[in-house]
Design a binder for this molecule. Structure first.
Ligand SMILES: Cc1ncc(C[n+]2csc(CCOP(=O)(O)OP(=O)(O)O)c2C)c(N)n1
Ligand SMILES: [Mg+2]
Length: 353
């Protein structure tokens, strides 16, 4: 059971005390982390070979994004940012749809209706704007007395935006069932943490809003589960909002459109790899006798198969209709766009309309 020491970094690894660990859940978490790492590598390769658009890697964020997926319940709401591929997948979005989204295809955002993802929002490109939307969903959940939590995520750079402070403020004053989780991966594109804020930690930003702020080692999956289980449960039971700062390190470029070697020291990157989350959890499972080399080999083969299947499904999709850019934007199209849609349909000779 997690109990918060204000702003101390919560950690569980490398030592996992045997009796208290939920081994089946940790194994499931490790498998999901290995799957998303395999997916991530393939997605970057697809972009490099012209088969995917610009892609934001989640390398180094696996414990955060998988922790979120496992701590959320189906009746909760998830409001993601663009490095949350594993959470989306665990909520029910197939991997091929995640590729579709990053391939610029709106159909990737039509999450399957029979999954938890159906209540979630798609990615929001303007930094931090998703947080005010999450506060709105949390307000709805509270007014309707739903026993549900809203989890919204963002990066460290997003915490400098007005939307972030507005969301925190309203979460505090209205006691919203909101958990706001920051993936502090130390960089906002080329801006390092020390140029982002003079705040002692990002979790301290909760203080002015009158809500609880917790710092957790974002490379430590069991610690992530402790904190998210606690904060989401608190939200579901009407006990208020939490700001979670998950401290990680972005092991990738910002996106495939970036080259981090131009501003990040190779020695910093090398040091960060020593703390990376996937190997850390695997080692803890192996040390405790809950994972071995054979299971690892089988699971890696399974991951590769799943990812290859997803890539094939993605590449085999018929092209999207050009009218999708209108049809996925509004429930009722404004008159001016009706005209543009009709003109497009006409110029396309009626194809795909
Ligand atoms: C309002 C707004 N300003 C600028 C951008 C361009 N932009 C995209 S990602 C990014 C950095 C965000 O950094 P952070 O919040 O730390 O998230 P990370 O990418 O590190 O996970 C910026 C400035 C944007 N998308 N929206
Ligand atoms: Mg960042």
């Amino acid at each position: 059971m997690f109990s918060s020491t204000p702003y101390a970094l919560h950690r569980r690894l490398p030592a996992l005390e045997g009796g208290h660990a939920d081994w089946p859940r940790l194994i499931q978490a490790y498998q999901a982390m290995a799957t998303i790492r395999c997916f991530d590598k393939k997605a970057v390769n697809l972009q490099r070979t012209g088969q995917l658009g610009t892609y934001a890697s989640c390398l180094g964020a696996e414990a955060i994004t998988v922790g979120a997926g496992l701590a959320l319940q189906d009746s909760d709401y998830f409001v993601p940012y663009y490095r949350d591929h594993a959470t989306q997948h665990l909520r029910g979005v197939p991997l091929y749809q995640i590729l579709q989204y990053w391939g610029g295809d709106e159909r990737g955002n039509a999450f399957p209706a029979d999954t938890a993802a159906a209540r979630d929002l798609p990615n929001c490109v303007p930094i931090a704007s998703q947080l005010t939307q999450a506060a709105g969903i949390a307000t709805k959940a509270k007014l309707r007395h739903e026993p549900a939590a809203v989890l919204a995520t963002c990066g460290d750079g997003a915490t400098s935006r007005g939307d972030f402070y507005e969301s925190l403020n309203v979460a505090g004053v209205w006691q919203l069932p909101l958990v706001l989780m920051v993936n502090n991966n130390q960089w906002a594109i080329s801006v390092p943490g020390q140029l982002q804020t003079a705040s002692k930690t990002l979790a301290h930003k909760a203080e002015a809003a009158g809500i609880e702020g917790i710092r957790v080692d974002g490379n430590d999956l069991p610690a992530m589960l402790d904190v998210l289980d606690y904060a989401l449960d608190k939200a579901r039971h009407g006990k208020g909002a939490t700001l979670v700062e998950a401290v990680s390190y972005r092991l990738s470029d910002h996106t495939t459109a970036d080259d981090a070697s131009r501003y990040r020291k190779a020695s910093d990157l090398h040091a960060a790899w020593q703390r990376e989350p996937v190997a850390r959890l695997r080692q803890a499972l192996v040390d405790a006798g809950h994972w071995d080399a054979e299971q690892e080999k089988d699971w890696q083969a399974h991951c590769q198969q799943e990812v290859d299947k997803a890539v094939k499904t993605y590449l085999d999709q018929p092209p999207q209709s050009p009218t999708d850019m209108f049809d996925y934007l509004y429930a009722n199209l404004p008159v001016s766009l009706e005209k543009q849609r009709a003109a497009l349909t006409e110029s396309a000779g009626g194809h795909h309309a």
